[in-house]
Design a protein around this ligand. Structure first.
Ligand SMILES: Nc1nc2c(ncn2[C@@H]2O[C@H](COP(=O)(O)OP(=O)(O)OP(=O)(O)O)[C@@H](O)[C@H]2O)c(=O)[nH]1
Ligand SMILES: [Mg+2]
Length: 301
């Protein structure tokens, strides 16, 4: 458990430092937090990307405390509200009643889809599950080789096809293989696509349809991979992907490199999409199952 907390703590260090630094600065100057410094606190919380609703809730609660106890209470209130907000969504990866569980990873270019596919495969293998990977990015040069290397490192077979071929057909073949080999999980890596490009979104919808032809309740998870450092833009991406394709959960990556980790709170609250994993580094074991309490403790410790 300590190890888990440490991972969250290290991964969120930048967000933590910015947020706590700001709160401390405001509170030290005016421990009783008068109207002016409450406004300043509000601005600091908003700039940490946790979103307007959560910010307003924290400010309201702080206002209710007596002026004498405010300084001590600010951090506790923020920690509690953020923890409660995040805990309202189920974070565990779904498991199909009957194997295989099919997981599609999607998102805009470079967010960490392929790396997260590999990290997730590694984690499932460590839990004793059998995993098959599908290389459905037939678009970007070297994308198939990249996944194959990860397949070797994690000990998972990779089903792939030709570049520029139909990714839905590869997904279908991979699902067929996963069923006949009785694999526990099929993880499908897809090409980076902009949420604003209709043809690319249609292609993703097709991939889902084709999977359903073979297995009606597939995919069991459609995980949107978001780069935390894009901040509020990530919220827009999530909204678009969710509206057009339907997203069952999020993987928020690169939290280790940004002070914008608060975005996790905003997305969770405003879109009601659970965060399932967070990426806190480039190594294969740097994907953490999301834990609301560990996250908020790390943010405010
Ligand atoms: N620091 C850090 N780097 C990460 C994390 N996740 C991914 N990366 C890095 O981000 C870069 C892009 O990762 P990929 O997995 O190739 O991203 P992708 O979404 O598959 O990219 P495309 O297929 O080109 O759209 C790589 O250098 C990864 O090592 C993370 O959690 N933390
Ligand atoms: Mg990729």
């Amino acid at each position: 458990m300590l190890g888990l907390f440490q991972k969250f703590r290290d991964g969120l260090a930048k967000t933590h430092d910015k947020l706590i630094g700001e709160i401390k600065r405001i509170v030290t100057r005016a421990p009783r937090l008068d109207a002016e410094s409450l406004d300043e606190l509000e601005a600091a919380l908003i700039s940490s990307d946790i979103g307007l609703e959560t910010t307003m809730q924290i400010i309201e609660e702080v206002r209710k405390t007596s002026a004498e106890t405010r300084e001590a209470e600010v951090v506790n209130i923020a920690r509690r509200i953020i923890s409660e907000t995040l805990a309202s969504q189920p974070a565990a990866l779904k498991m199909a009643a009957q194997a295989p569980t099919v997981v599609v990873l999607l998102g805009v270019n470079g967010t960490g889809k392929t790396t997260s596919t590999a990290k997730l495969a590694h984690q499932l293998k460590q839990d004793g599950r059998s995993v098959l990977l599908a290389a459905c990015d037939t678009f970007r040069a070297a994308a198939i080789e990249q996944l194959k290397i990860w397949g070797q490192r994690t000990g998972c077979d990779v089903i792939s096809g030709q570049y520029n071929s139909d990714s839905a057909a590869i997904a279908f073949d991979a699902l067929d293989a996963a069923i006949s080999r009785k694999c526990d999980y099929l993880l499908i890596d897809t090409a980076g696509r902009l949420h604003t490009k209709k043809n690319l979104m249609d292609e993703m919808a097709k991939l889902q349809r084709v999977l359903r032809k073979r297995l009606p309740d597939a995919p069991h998870e459609t995980l949107l991979v978001l780069d935390a450092s894009t901040g509020m833009n990530g919220l827009n991406q999530a909204r678009e992907f969710h509206q057009t394709i339907g997203v069952s959960g999020l993987i928020v990556t690169k939290l280790d490199g940004t002070a914008k980790g608060g975005i996790v709170v905003a997305i969770n609250r405003e879109l009601k999409i659970p965060v399932k994993f967070i990426g806190v580094g480039e190594q294969v074991d740097d994907l953490q199952p999301f834990d609301a309490k560990a996250f908020s403790d790390a943010l405010f410790s």
